[in-house]
Ligand binder design. Structure first.
Ligand SMILES: [Zn+2]
Length: 424
């Protein structure tokens, strides 16, 4: 594999800032726990002071407050309403661009970014990948659902050659059986070391590979699943199809590189990138420690999780967290005042192997719609037993409508959601 060092050399020349950032990030990862937490504390104090001095939004909202825990929470509505006021006065407006998240709710959120933020994001991703044994210059194949990223100028659409980047991106906005076959062929020919992409897309490809008993390249050492909640059943499919470890990545477009799983399957928080708080209801608040273009302090990202004590056998100094398997708006709330976790609805369909895709959507306090792509279709008996379960476990007044469909539309960002609650 003489190609790999050559690629790495070319890529480093092409993206010097990315490799400088990567070296800094790797140096932090070599500190001990005490050292990285001290750095995090310093970085947090630094970003708060910077925001109060250079960002008119925070200058206004932080007035008179001195304790971090009393600082106001930054909601998505705040970002939307005060986007312009969130840009630091030190920013070069000609370099700042507006990016968009598709948002798991399907409602796009605009934010400021620049080339430096982008390069740091990519460096952070490279550090995560290195946890699998991957090294810069080795090939990665991306399966990406967000249309905005795969066009020219997008995250993966930048105009550099595939050879140098050692990276190829498949635009997976929608797909057919024929396309899945073509992707499996590409995978076999390209011989990537890593796969990266949306959980639902990788799981769908894995299901196809297993069903058709297609050969997969021996070069694969890891699958990085991102952007969507990774279900256990999806992880198992990927492990079986690609015969390698699966790593769940946690980050968003507005705050990338929040946490990532290591080889021992534990989720480590990147404390040199973020300061993370988990409220009593597990609602996560995230402060970016690196973003001085548009500081994001105590940002309510819409995910749930908790911080864990203890160390991991992998030796990484970064502390541990657990994601809750849901986002705030994936919860089903009944008219009787009960809140039901989405995993309940996912579990109801366990073992129904004829289902290729599904989505539960609550359309009223007492009504839930289950859309399924299934072959053969679900029987009336199955529908009846699902309704019985929901009456018994969720709410005696909740009615189920079963819709057998050919496909389930994704959100604007290309993400698939298994369970959608009523909007707040
Ligand atoms: Zn670990």
């Amino acid at each position: 594999m003489i190609e790999t060092p050559l690629r790495r050399w070319l890529h480093r020349r092409q993206r010097p800032e990315r490799y400088t950032r990567l070296e800094e990030l790797l140096a932090t990862a070599r500190l001990d726990r005490v050292g990285i937490l001290r750095k995090q504390r310093d970085d947090l104090a630094g970003i708060v002071a910077f925001a109060a001095a250079h960002v008119s939004y925070y200058r206004r909202r932080f007035a008179g407050l001195t304790d971090f825990a009393t600082l106001p929470i930054l909601t998505k509505s705040d970002v939307t309403a005060d986007l312009d006021e969130l840009l630091a006065d030190t920013a070069d407006r000609s370099e700042a661009k507006i990016g968009h998240t598709g948002g798991s709710t399907g409602k796009p959120l605009a934010f400021w970014y620049d080339e430096a933020k982008h390069e740091l994001m990519r460096a952070g991703m490279m550090r995560s990948y290195m946890g699998s044994g991957w090294r810069p210059g080795q090939k990665i194949l991306n399966f990406w659902g967000a249309r905005q990223d795969t066009v020219s100028g997008g995250v993966f659409g930048a105009g550099y050659g595939d050879f140098i980047a050692a990276e190829r991106t498949i635009a997976a906005h929608e797909y057919t059986e024929r396309q899945l076959h073509a992707w499996a062929d590409t995978l076999l020919r390209y011989q990537p070391v890593l796969l990266q992409g949306y959980a639902s897309i990788l799981a769908e490809l894995a299901r196809f590979v297993i069903a058709r008993r297609l050969p997969m390249p021996k070069s694969l050492i890891g699958v990085y699943s991102t952007a969507e909640v990774l279900e256990d059943s999806q992880r198992e499919l990927m492990q079986r199809a690609f015969s390698c470890s699966v790593f769940n990545q946690y980050g968003s477009r507005e705050i990338p590189n929040i946490a990532c799983e290591c080889r021992h399957g534990n989720m480590h928080v990147f404390t040199d990138m973020v300061f993370l708080e988990s409220a009593a209801d597990e609602r996560l608040l995230i402060t970016s420690l690196t973003n001085r273009l548009m500081p994001m302090i105590r940002y309510e990202i819409g995910d749930a999780g908790r911080l864990l004590d203890g160390d991991c056998a992998c030796g990484s100094p970064f502390p541990l967290m657990a994601m809750s398997m849901c986002r705030q708006n994936d919860l089903i709330r009944t008219s009787g005042g009960k809140t039901v976790h989405p995993s309940y609805f996912n579990k109801l369909l366990y073992g129904m192997t004829q289902i290729r895709q599904y989505q539960w959507q609550q359309t009223a306090p007492d009504r839930i719609v289950l859309s399924v792509v299934a072959s053969p279709p679900l029987s009336d008996d199955t529908a009846g037993s699902l309704q019985e379960n929901i009456h018994r476990d969720v709410d005696a007044t909740m009615s189920l409508e079963l819709r057998q469909v050919d496909e389930i539309p994704r959100t604007v960002s290309g993400k698939h959601r298994f369970v959608i609650g009523l909007p707040d």
